[in-house]
Design a binder for this molecule. Structure first.
Ligand SMILES: *Cc1c(COP(=O)(O)O)cnc(C)c1O
Length: 424
């Protein structure tokens, strides 16, 4: 049966049989019992389906993976311990030392550190597409060692909207996949696979959980990319010695990428989500469709209000007609632009800090994208480790205030903001 997103948020992934618990149980077990050594052997050889050890898979986690997979329209998903772990595995699954990949520069600060510092130490080079580059300069970033293109649907915190079709075409022209971090949009507002993305990643810590309770991540495989092109991905098309010569593209077809990520990388790195965390994530997902609607309408109302406010220098929200990405937002985010806005308070860094300190409902926290309105000054917190040039490339000025609009009543949020601005 094929359901709409709203129904899948609630129903997908877990279908109890006669007499089984109505609600997805927490399978708090590291291990699974089998009647024969032969069956267990087949599991080890990837010849039979089933759970073997909870580092590789667990029934609670599997149910959540299937729900997210259905929402994104993929062939398989893998939950991880964090969004960082999801991005790490998504890249390592198809990139080795001596190779490179291309990323939009306006992305999450933690991802920039992972790409530019830690992966570099592992011999993998990231090449950034900066906003000032023309098509020829972007083309020049590719060579025969390039393995993927990476971007965020709505960049955190620059809020640039990714032209998914354009970058999918660019990646595919070079016979590499497009990997899209869909954290801020969630599959409720945008499904990147529809527009040509090959792999979708998330920090589920944000809207998917939505309550700020559990850190987590997920990778979804569209199943659409042909890994056999050009011999670029021997890890997928050549025998894996650690599984007696399994060839992922041959044995697992469209699910080659996500199977390898699980049975090889999750096996070796062990960055798994506990069953209890997956249970919490599943509870969050149950209301994702309702929350994204309210986050989006509240954020648009606040953005419009700020745009008219005399103490505000500028407002950035892709849902505003004044946004440089308004046309992209209309195309990729027709149902709303999510809950994060950014703006500058007149008076720069000092005024921004005074404003933030004066808020009462909105709390200063290192988080975004949960039910409670919160606020952050990226230049002095989440993006503190970046150089001035990196800050500029990521689209972050020193006066930028990032506000994550919650699902409280919008009048209360606006009143809090007005009261705080009055003190600036
Ligand atoms: C938060 C975030 C991450 C990192 O996720 P964690 O769950 O904190 O590890 C990655 N990408 C984006 C867009 C994020 O907002």
């Amino acid at each position: 049966m094929s359901w709409k997103k709203e129904t899948n948020c609630i129903q997908a992934g877990y279908t109890p049989k006669n007499g089984e618990p109505r609600v997805l149980p927490i399978y708090q077990s590291t291990t699974y019992k089998y009647d024969s050594a032969d069956h267990l052997g087949k599991l080890f050889d990837l010849e039979a389906d089933g759970h073997m050890y909870s580092r590789i898979s667990n029934p609670t986690v599997s149910a959540v993976e299937e729900k997210i997979n259905v929402l994104e329209g993929g062939v398989g998903a893998l939950c991880t311990s964090s969004g960082q772990a999801a991005n790490l595995l998504a890249i390592l699954n198809i990139t080795s030392a001596g190779e490179n990949f291309i990323s939009l520069s306006s992305i999450y600060g933690g991802t920039i550190n992972l790409f530019a510092v830690t992966l570099k130490r592992m011999g993998i080079e990231v090449r950034f597409i900066t906003p000032d580059m023309d098509d020829a300069q972007i083309e020049a970033l590719f060579d025969d060692k390039t393995r993927l293109v990476f971007g965020e649907t709505i960049a955190n915190p620059a809020l640039d909207v990714l032209d998914i079709e354009k970058y999918a075409k660019l990646a595919h022209a070079h016979k590499v996949p497009l990997v899209v971090d869909n954290t801020f949009a969630t599959p409720i507002l945008c499904t990147p696979i529809e527009f040509g993305a090959d792999i979708v990643v998330h920090s589920t810590t944000k809207y998917m959980d939505g309550q700020a309770t559990v850190v987590g991540g997920v990778i979804v495989d569209s199943g659409n990319f042909d890994w056999s092109v050009d011999g670029k991905y021997p890890g997928l098309t050549q025998p894996d010695e650690s599984y007696h010569g399994v060839v992922y593209t041959k044995n697992f077809g469209k699910a080659a990428y996500i199977t390898k990520a699980r049975v090889q990388l999750m096996r070796d790195f062990g960055v798994l989500p506990p069953a209890a965390a997956a249970f919490m994530l599943n509870s969050g997902l149950t209301t994702l469709h309702l929350r994204m609607e309210r986050h989006s309408s509240n954020a648009l109302a606040v953005a419009k209000h700020l745009e008219k406010h005399e103490k505000i220098a500028w407002v950035n929200y892709p849902g505003l007609e004044s946004s440089k990405d308004y046309a992209l937002a209309k195309k990729y985010l027709p149902d709303g632009c999510s809950g994060v806005i950014s703006f500058g308070v007149k008076g720069g860094r000092e005024a921004a800090v005074k404003f933030m300190d004066s808020l009462e409902l909105a709390a200063i926290v290192v988080h975004v994208a949960d039910a409670r309105t919160c606020v952050l000054h990226p230049a002095s917190t989440t993006h503190r480790q970046l150089t001035d040039d990196q800050l500029k490339a990521a689209g972050i000025g020193s006066d930028l205030v990032r506000m994550s609009i919650g699902i409280e009543h919008v009048d209360d949020i606006i009143e809090d903001i007005d009261n705080a601005l009055a003190k600036v």
